[in-house]
Design a protein around this ligand. Sequence first.
Ligand code: NDP
Length: 347
Amino acid sequence: MFGLIGHLTSLEHAQLVARELGYPQYATQGLDFWCSAPPQIFAPIKVTSATGQQIEGCYIESCFLPEMLAVRRIKTATRKIINAMAHAQKHGLDITALGGFSSIVFENFNLSQIQRVRNVALEFERFTTGNTHTAYVICQQVVAASAALGLNLSDATVAVCGATGDIGSAVCRWLMARADIKDLLLIARNQERLQQLQAELGCGTPMDLSTALPQADIVVWVASMAKGVEVNPSTLKRPCLMIDGGYPKNLHQQINDEGVYVLKGGIVEHALDIDWRMMSIVNMDVPARQLFACFAESMLLEFEQWHTNFSWGRNQITLEKMDLIGQSSRRHGFRPLLDLSLSPLVA
Ligand code: NDP
Protein backbone atom coordinates (compact mmCIF):
# COMPACT_ATOMS: atom_id res chain seq x y z
CA MET A 1 0.00 0.00 0.00
CA PHE A 2 1.23 3.50 -0.81
CA GLY A 3 0.57 6.70 1.14
CA LEU A 4 0.46 10.39 0.36
CA ILE A 5 0.96 12.93 3.13
CA GLY A 6 -0.41 16.30 2.08
CA HIS A 7 -1.48 19.66 3.41
CA LEU A 8 -3.47 22.68 2.25
CA THR A 9 -1.80 25.90 1.13
CA SER A 10 -3.19 28.41 3.66
CA LEU A 11 -5.76 28.92 6.42
CA GLU A 12 -8.11 30.46 3.85
CA HIS A 13 -7.72 27.39 1.64
CA ALA A 14 -8.38 25.07 4.62
CA GLN A 15 -11.57 26.97 5.50
CA LEU A 16 -12.77 26.81 1.90
CA VAL A 17 -12.13 23.07 1.70
CA ALA A 18 -13.93 22.43 5.01
CA ARG A 19 -16.99 24.21 3.61
CA GLU A 20 -16.80 22.32 0.28
CA LEU A 21 -16.48 18.96 2.02
CA GLY A 22 -19.59 19.64 4.10
CA TYR A 23 -18.02 20.67 7.43
CA PRO A 24 -19.31 24.26 7.84
CA GLN A 25 -18.51 24.15 11.58
CA TYR A 26 -14.79 23.98 10.74
CA ALA A 27 -14.95 26.59 7.97
CA THR A 28 -15.04 29.45 10.45
CA GLN A 29 -12.26 28.15 12.69
CA GLY A 30 -8.95 29.99 12.95
CA LEU A 31 -5.35 28.76 13.04
CA ASP A 32 -5.63 27.45 16.63
CA PHE A 33 -8.19 24.88 15.51
CA TRP A 34 -5.90 23.55 12.75
CA CYS A 35 -2.97 23.53 15.19
CA SER A 36 -4.83 21.11 17.42
CA ALA A 37 -6.41 18.93 14.68
CA PRO A 38 -5.00 15.37 14.41
CA PRO A 39 -4.06 13.82 11.03
CA GLN A 40 -6.96 12.55 8.92
CA ILE A 41 -6.79 9.51 6.66
CA PHE A 42 -8.75 9.14 3.42
CA ALA A 43 -8.84 5.66 1.87
CA PRO A 44 -8.78 3.73 -0.29
CA ILE A 45 -7.28 5.23 -3.43
CA LYS A 46 -7.07 2.76 -6.32
CA VAL A 47 -4.66 3.38 -9.19
CA THR A 48 -4.37 1.34 -12.37
CA SER A 49 -1.11 1.47 -14.31
CA ALA A 50 -0.94 1.67 -18.10
CA THR A 51 0.39 -1.91 -17.78
CA GLY A 52 -2.89 -2.99 -16.13
CA GLN A 53 -1.34 -3.46 -12.67
CA GLN A 54 -3.49 -2.17 -9.80
CA ILE A 55 -2.41 -0.74 -6.45
CA GLU A 56 -4.15 0.75 -3.42
CA GLY A 57 -3.21 3.53 -1.07
CA CYS A 58 -4.32 6.30 1.28
CA TYR A 59 -4.13 10.07 1.54
CA ILE A 60 -3.20 11.49 4.93
CA GLU A 61 -4.06 15.11 5.61
CA SER A 62 -1.50 16.30 8.15
CA CYS A 63 -3.49 19.48 8.99
CA PHE A 64 -0.19 21.40 8.68
CA LEU A 65 -0.61 24.91 7.26
CA PRO A 66 2.28 27.14 6.04
CA GLU A 67 1.07 29.93 8.39
CA MET A 68 2.32 27.78 11.29
CA LEU A 69 5.87 28.55 10.15
CA ALA A 70 5.08 32.22 9.51
CA VAL A 71 3.84 32.73 13.08
CA ARG A 72 6.72 30.58 14.40
CA ARG A 73 4.63 27.74 15.74
CA ILE A 74 7.50 25.46 14.84
CA LYS A 75 6.78 22.79 17.42
CA THR A 76 3.22 22.52 16.14
CA ALA A 77 4.40 22.30 12.53
CA THR A 78 6.90 19.54 13.30
CA ARG A 79 4.33 17.65 15.41
CA LYS A 80 1.91 17.70 12.44
CA ILE A 81 4.42 16.10 10.09
CA ILE A 82 5.77 13.50 12.49
CA ASN A 83 2.24 12.53 13.64
CA ALA A 84 1.14 12.12 10.01
CA MET A 85 4.16 9.87 9.40
CA ALA A 86 3.38 7.75 12.47
CA HIS A 87 -0.24 7.55 11.30
CA ALA A 88 0.90 6.29 7.87
CA GLN A 89 3.09 3.67 9.48
CA LYS A 90 0.37 2.54 11.88
CA HIS A 91 -1.87 1.92 8.86
CA GLY A 92 0.76 -0.40 7.41
CA LEU A 93 1.63 1.80 4.44
CA ASP A 94 4.79 0.51 2.79
CA ILE A 95 5.85 3.67 1.03
CA THR A 96 4.56 7.20 1.66
CA ALA A 97 5.39 10.52 -0.04
CA LEU A 98 5.98 13.61 2.07
CA GLY A 99 4.19 16.15 -0.14
CA GLY A 100 4.90 19.90 -0.41
CA PHE A 101 6.20 21.41 2.85
CA SER A 102 6.14 18.05 4.71
CA SER A 103 9.65 17.10 3.58
CA ILE A 104 10.86 20.70 3.97
CA VAL A 105 9.71 20.77 7.61
CA PHE A 106 11.21 17.29 8.11
CA GLU A 107 14.61 18.41 6.84
CA ASN A 108 14.76 21.95 8.18
CA PHE A 109 13.92 20.87 11.71
CA ASN A 110 15.95 17.63 11.75
CA LEU A 111 12.99 15.36 12.38
CA SER A 112 15.13 12.31 11.63
CA GLN A 113 16.26 12.67 15.26
CA ILE A 114 12.77 11.68 16.38
CA GLN A 115 12.78 7.91 16.50
CA ARG A 116 9.46 7.24 18.19
CA VAL A 117 5.92 8.69 18.33
CA ARG A 118 4.04 7.15 21.26
CA ASN A 119 4.09 3.38 20.51
CA VAL A 120 5.31 3.75 16.90
CA ALA A 121 9.06 3.35 16.23
CA LEU A 122 9.46 5.35 13.02
CA GLU A 123 10.95 3.51 10.04
CA PHE A 124 12.18 6.24 7.72
CA GLU A 125 12.80 3.81 4.85
CA ARG A 126 8.99 3.74 4.44
CA PHE A 127 9.01 7.40 3.31
CA THR A 128 10.16 9.32 0.25
CA THR A 129 10.19 13.05 -0.44
CA GLY A 130 9.10 12.41 -4.03
CA ASN A 131 11.58 15.06 -5.14
CA THR A 132 13.45 12.90 -7.70
CA HIS A 133 10.30 12.42 -9.76
CA THR A 134 9.35 16.09 -9.28
CA ALA A 135 12.76 17.23 -10.57
CA TYR A 136 12.53 14.79 -13.51
CA VAL A 137 9.05 16.09 -14.42
CA ILE A 138 10.10 19.75 -14.23
CA CYS A 139 13.10 19.10 -16.50
CA GLN A 140 10.85 17.37 -19.03
CA GLN A 141 8.49 20.35 -18.84
CA VAL A 142 11.37 22.76 -19.56
CA VAL A 143 12.32 20.81 -22.69
CA ALA A 144 8.81 20.15 -24.01
CA ALA A 145 7.28 23.56 -23.24
CA SER A 146 10.22 25.50 -24.66
CA ALA A 147 9.99 23.42 -27.85
CA ALA A 148 6.23 24.10 -28.03
CA LEU A 149 6.93 27.84 -27.80
CA GLY A 150 9.73 27.75 -30.36
CA LEU A 151 12.35 28.66 -27.72
CA ASN A 152 15.72 27.22 -28.62
CA LEU A 153 17.36 25.96 -25.42
CA SER A 154 20.88 26.54 -26.71
CA ASP A 155 20.03 30.27 -26.98
CA ALA A 156 18.10 30.35 -23.69
CA THR A 157 18.97 31.81 -20.32
CA VAL A 158 17.31 29.74 -17.61
CA ALA A 159 16.81 31.14 -14.10
CA VAL A 160 16.12 28.71 -11.26
CA CYS A 161 14.50 30.31 -8.23
CA GLY A 162 15.19 28.00 -5.28
CA ALA A 163 18.35 26.72 -7.03
CA THR A 164 20.06 25.51 -3.83
CA GLY A 165 17.06 23.44 -2.73
CA ASP A 166 16.59 19.72 -3.19
CA ILE A 167 14.51 20.01 -6.37
CA GLY A 168 16.24 23.17 -7.61
CA SER A 169 19.76 21.73 -7.38
CA ALA A 170 18.66 18.56 -9.21
CA VAL A 171 17.08 20.66 -11.98
CA CYS A 172 20.31 22.69 -12.28
CA ARG A 173 22.44 19.53 -12.46
CA TRP A 174 20.19 18.04 -15.13
CA LEU A 175 20.05 21.25 -17.21
CA MET A 176 23.84 21.57 -17.22
CA ALA A 177 24.41 17.90 -18.09
CA ARG A 178 21.59 17.23 -20.52
CA ALA A 179 20.02 20.37 -21.97
CA ASP A 180 22.76 22.46 -23.61
CA ILE A 181 21.32 25.76 -22.33
CA LYS A 182 23.12 29.07 -22.92
CA ASP A 183 23.18 30.44 -19.35
CA LEU A 184 22.00 29.39 -15.93
CA LEU A 185 21.06 31.96 -13.26
CA LEU A 186 20.99 30.69 -9.68
CA ILE A 187 18.54 32.37 -7.28
CA ALA A 188 18.25 31.82 -3.51
CA ARG A 189 18.87 33.92 -0.40
CA ASN A 190 21.77 32.11 1.27
CA GLN A 191 24.94 33.24 -0.56
CA GLU A 192 27.20 30.55 0.86
CA ARG A 193 24.98 27.76 -0.45
CA LEU A 194 24.80 29.52 -3.84
CA GLN A 195 28.61 29.59 -4.02
CA GLN A 196 28.74 25.89 -3.12
CA LEU A 197 26.23 25.04 -5.84
CA GLN A 198 28.13 27.10 -8.40
CA ALA A 199 31.34 25.27 -7.44
CA GLU A 200 29.61 21.89 -7.73
CA LEU A 201 28.12 22.71 -11.14
CA GLY A 202 31.27 24.41 -12.40
CA CYS A 203 29.04 27.10 -13.90
CA GLY A 204 25.90 29.19 -13.31
CA THR A 205 25.68 32.75 -11.98
CA PRO A 206 24.24 33.51 -8.52
CA MET A 207 21.85 36.45 -8.85
CA ASP A 208 19.01 38.11 -6.97
CA LEU A 209 15.51 37.62 -8.29
CA SER A 210 14.86 41.15 -9.56
CA THR A 211 18.13 41.21 -11.55
CA ALA A 212 17.62 37.71 -12.95
CA LEU A 213 14.00 37.96 -14.13
CA PRO A 214 14.53 40.50 -16.97
CA GLN A 215 17.38 38.33 -18.36
CA ALA A 216 15.57 34.98 -18.32
CA ASP A 217 13.88 33.26 -21.24
CA ILE A 218 12.78 30.49 -18.89
CA VAL A 219 12.17 30.72 -15.13
CA VAL A 220 11.86 27.57 -13.03
CA TRP A 221 10.20 28.38 -9.70
CA VAL A 222 11.02 25.84 -6.97
CA ALA A 223 11.47 28.02 -3.88
CA SER A 224 9.95 27.02 -0.55
CA MET A 225 7.86 30.15 -0.10
CA ALA A 226 4.87 30.09 2.21
CA LYS A 227 3.39 32.89 0.04
CA GLY A 228 4.04 33.62 -3.64
CA VAL A 229 5.87 36.70 -4.92
CA GLU A 230 4.35 39.43 -7.08
CA VAL A 231 6.09 39.74 -10.45
CA ASN A 232 5.85 42.78 -12.70
CA PRO A 233 5.25 41.24 -16.15
CA SER A 234 6.52 44.36 -17.93
CA THR A 235 10.06 43.53 -16.70
CA LEU A 236 10.03 40.08 -18.36
CA LYS A 237 11.46 39.08 -21.73
CA ARG A 238 9.11 38.07 -24.55
CA PRO A 239 8.54 35.21 -24.89
CA CYS A 240 9.08 34.11 -21.33
CA LEU A 241 8.24 30.64 -20.05
CA MET A 242 7.55 30.37 -16.31
CA ILE A 243 7.30 26.91 -14.78
CA ASP A 244 5.91 27.24 -11.26
CA GLY A 245 6.66 24.07 -9.28
CA GLY A 246 6.12 25.61 -5.84
CA TYR A 247 3.47 24.38 -3.42
CA PRO A 248 2.08 26.83 -2.41
CA LYS A 249 2.68 28.47 -5.79
CA ASN A 250 5.72 30.77 -6.01
CA LEU A 251 3.86 33.19 -8.28
CA HIS A 252 1.34 35.21 -6.33
CA GLN A 253 -0.74 36.35 -9.26
CA GLN A 254 -2.04 34.94 -12.54
CA ILE A 255 -0.12 36.52 -15.39
CA ASN A 256 -2.07 37.14 -18.56
CA ASP A 257 0.41 39.28 -20.43
CA GLU A 258 1.17 38.68 -24.06
CA GLY A 259 4.22 36.47 -24.55
CA VAL A 260 4.38 35.26 -20.93
CA TYR A 261 3.47 31.60 -20.56
CA VAL A 262 2.92 30.05 -17.15
CA LEU A 263 2.93 26.28 -16.73
CA LYS A 264 2.02 24.39 -13.56
CA GLY A 265 5.31 22.75 -12.66
CA GLY A 266 5.90 19.34 -11.09
CA ILE A 267 2.48 18.06 -12.11
CA VAL A 268 1.80 14.83 -14.00
CA GLU A 269 -1.23 13.53 -15.83
CA HIS A 270 -2.10 9.85 -15.59
CA ALA A 271 -3.39 7.90 -18.58
CA LEU A 272 -6.38 6.58 -16.61
CA ASP A 273 -8.79 8.09 -14.08
CA ILE A 274 -7.96 7.79 -10.38
CA ASP A 275 -10.91 7.42 -8.05
CA TRP A 276 -10.36 10.24 -5.52
CA ARG A 277 -11.45 13.75 -4.56
CA MET A 278 -8.16 15.19 -3.36
CA MET A 279 -6.99 16.82 -6.55
CA SER A 280 -10.12 18.94 -6.99
CA ILE A 281 -9.34 20.35 -3.54
CA VAL A 282 -5.97 21.61 -4.80
CA ASN A 283 -7.45 23.03 -8.01
CA MET A 284 -6.18 20.62 -10.64
CA ASP A 285 -7.82 21.22 -14.01
CA VAL A 286 -8.45 17.49 -14.52
CA PRO A 287 -8.66 16.24 -10.91
CA ALA A 288 -9.19 12.57 -11.78
CA ARG A 289 -5.93 12.42 -13.73
CA GLN A 290 -3.62 15.24 -12.62
CA LEU A 291 -1.51 15.06 -9.48
CA PHE A 292 1.71 16.23 -7.87
CA ALA A 293 4.78 14.42 -9.16
CA CYS A 294 5.89 13.68 -5.57
CA PHE A 295 2.64 11.79 -4.94
CA ALA A 296 3.10 9.93 -8.21
CA GLU A 297 6.58 8.89 -7.00
CA SER A 298 5.02 7.03 -4.08
CA MET A 299 2.65 5.26 -6.51
CA LEU A 300 5.57 4.37 -8.78
CA LEU A 301 7.56 2.90 -5.88
CA GLU A 302 4.52 0.79 -5.02
CA PHE A 303 4.03 -0.35 -8.64
CA GLU A 304 7.70 -1.32 -8.79
CA GLN A 305 7.69 -2.75 -5.24
CA TRP A 306 10.67 -0.50 -4.47
CA HIS A 307 9.75 -0.06 -0.83
CA THR A 308 12.63 2.24 -0.01
CA ASN A 309 13.14 5.94 0.55
CA PHE A 310 14.07 6.55 -3.07
CA SER A 311 14.33 10.33 -2.50
CA TRP A 312 15.76 11.27 0.88
CA GLY A 313 17.92 13.92 2.51
CA ARG A 314 18.89 17.10 0.73
CA ASN A 315 20.73 17.67 -2.56
CA GLN A 316 21.40 13.97 -3.16
CA ILE A 317 19.33 13.56 -6.34
CA THR A 318 21.42 12.03 -9.12
CA LEU A 319 20.83 12.05 -12.87
CA GLU A 320 20.77 8.23 -12.79
CA LYS A 321 17.92 8.21 -10.29
CA MET A 322 16.03 10.81 -12.33
CA ASP A 323 16.42 8.56 -15.39
CA LEU A 324 15.25 5.51 -13.44
CA ILE A 325 12.13 7.13 -11.99
CA GLY A 326 11.45 8.73 -15.39
CA GLN A 327 11.43 5.31 -17.08
CA SER A 328 9.07 3.98 -14.43
CA SER A 329 6.84 7.05 -14.79
CA ARG A 330 6.46 6.55 -18.52
CA ARG A 331 5.95 2.78 -18.18
CA HIS A 332 3.06 3.22 -15.76
CA GLY A 333 1.29 5.89 -17.80
CA PHE A 334 2.25 9.22 -16.23
CA ARG A 335 3.27 12.15 -18.39
CA PRO A 336 4.45 15.64 -17.42
CA LEU A 337 1.70 18.25 -17.68
CA LEU A 338 2.19 20.41 -20.74
CA ASP A 339 -0.98 22.45 -20.65
CA LEU A 340 -0.07 25.93 -21.77
CA SER A 341 -3.55 26.30 -23.22
CA LEU A 342 -4.89 28.14 -20.17
CA SER A 343 -2.95 31.16 -21.27
CA PRO A 344 -5.22 32.92 -23.78
CA LEU A 345 -2.14 34.11 -25.63
CA VAL A 346 -0.85 30.75 -26.84
CA ALA A 347 -1.68 30.19 -30.48
P1 NDP B 1 14.05 23.05 -0.27
O1 NDP B 1 13.74 23.50 1.12
O2 NDP B 1 15.01 21.94 -0.46
O3 NDP B 1 14.62 24.30 -1.10
C1 NDP B 1 13.99 25.52 -1.14
C2 NDP B 1 14.79 26.50 -1.98
O4 NDP B 1 14.08 27.74 -2.04
C3 NDP B 1 16.18 26.84 -1.40
O5 NDP B 1 17.07 27.06 -2.46
C4 NDP B 1 15.91 28.15 -0.66
O6 NDP B 1 17.13 28.85 -0.48
C5 NDP B 1 14.95 28.81 -1.67
N1 NDP B 1 14.13 29.89 -1.14
C6 NDP B 1 13.29 29.86 -0.08
N2 NDP B 1 12.68 31.06 0.06
C7 NDP B 1 13.15 31.85 -0.95
C8 NDP B 1 12.91 33.19 -1.33
N3 NDP B 1 12.07 33.97 -0.64
N4 NDP B 1 13.54 33.67 -2.43
C9 NDP B 1 14.40 32.90 -3.13
N5 NDP B 1 14.67 31.62 -2.80
C10 NDP B 1 14.06 31.10 -1.72
O7 NDP B 1 12.65 22.74 -0.97
P2 NDP B 1 12.25 21.62 -2.04
O8 NDP B 1 13.25 21.62 -3.13
O9 NDP B 1 11.95 20.35 -1.35
O10 NDP B 1 10.82 22.18 -2.56
C11 NDP B 1 10.76 23.36 -3.36
C12 NDP B 1 9.31 23.70 -3.69
O11 NDP B 1 8.72 22.63 -4.44
C13 NDP B 1 8.39 23.91 -2.48
O12 NDP B 1 7.46 24.93 -2.75
C14 NDP B 1 7.67 22.58 -2.36
O13 NDP B 1 6.44 22.66 -1.68
C15 NDP B 1 7.46 22.24 -3.84
N6 NDP B 1 7.26 20.82 -4.09
C16 NDP B 1 6.48 20.45 -5.16
C17 NDP B 1 6.27 19.13 -5.44
C18 NDP B 1 5.41 18.66 -6.56
O14 NDP B 1 5.11 17.45 -6.61
N7 NDP B 1 5.00 19.50 -7.48
C19 NDP B 1 6.89 18.06 -4.62
C20 NDP B 1 7.70 18.55 -3.55
C21 NDP B 1 7.89 19.88 -3.32
P3 NDP B 1 17.29 30.05 0.60
O15 NDP B 1 16.65 29.57 1.87
O16 NDP B 1 18.77 30.24 0.68
O17 NDP B 1 16.60 31.22 0.01
